[in-house]
Ligand binder design. Structure first.
Ligand code: SF4
Ligand code: SF4
Ligand code: SF4
Length: 179
């Protein structure tokens, strides 16, 4: 079974938001809500300031608290690629998963269920990249099977130092940022 993840080259991201627009269009994300977003992270102090521009979304964590806390089983790890998903029909809108996610990756859809990035599982099942990956003009995102040692995502992973978001939270995110 695959274990899908992303490696994102922060030196190539120009913050154009094409990935955000593509996601909203592909997944018909309601107005005012987002499944992915851009973060500007400035660290250090003059004259050694560093600015990292990142595209962020659900990290499809290996140890997802949003799944552990869900009382109905609506939040689950799908057998296809270990992608973390929500079954809308099983969701009672209790928001426990929203509170448990350290990345603020979830929101309540106007129809009453918890929603978030799905890694565009419908596209991936057809052999396509997620919409955000497919439109990025700088090709800074690589999507693939982290368990396949020959995958491009693993080649990128090994190519440079990288970090994941909030490792101390213990969620074991599967999105990595090349620094
Ligand atoms: Fe960055 Fe690519 Fe998204 Fe543009 S489309 S903001 S370059 S990740
Ligand atoms: Fe769950 Fe948040 Fe991790 Fe996504 S990023 S799997 S919503 S804890
Ligand atoms: Fe589960 Fe829905 Fe409650 Fe989230 S809001 S914990 S998916 S029942």
């Amino acid at each position: 079974m695959a274990r899908y993840g992303m490696v994102i080259d922060t030196r190539k991201c120009v913050g154009c938001t094409d990935c955000v627009v593509a996601c909203k269009t592909e997944n018909q994300v309601p107005e005012g809500l987002n499944r992915d977003w851009i973060t500007d992270d400035a660290t250090g102090s003059f004259p050694t300031l560093h600015l990292e521009i990142r595209t962020e979304r659900c990290n499809h964590c290996d140890n997802p608290p949003c799944v552990a806390c869900c009382p109905t089983g609506a939040s689950h790890v799908d057998p296809f690629g270990a992608i973390v998903l929500v079954t809308p029909e099983m969701c009672i809108g209790c928001k426990a998963c929203l509170a448990s996610c350290p990345y603020d990756a979830r929101f309540v859809h106007p129809d009453g269920y918890a929603d978030k990035c799905t890694f565009c599982i419908h596209r991936v099942k057809d052999g396509l990249d997620p919409a955000c990956v497919s439109v990025c003009p700088t090709h800074c995102m690589t999507f693939g099977d982290l368990d396949d040692p020959n995958s491009e995502v693993n080649r990128q992973f090994a190519s440079r130092p990288h970090h994941a978001l909030m490792p101390a939270a213990g969620t074991e995110p599967r999105i990595f940022y090349l620094t």
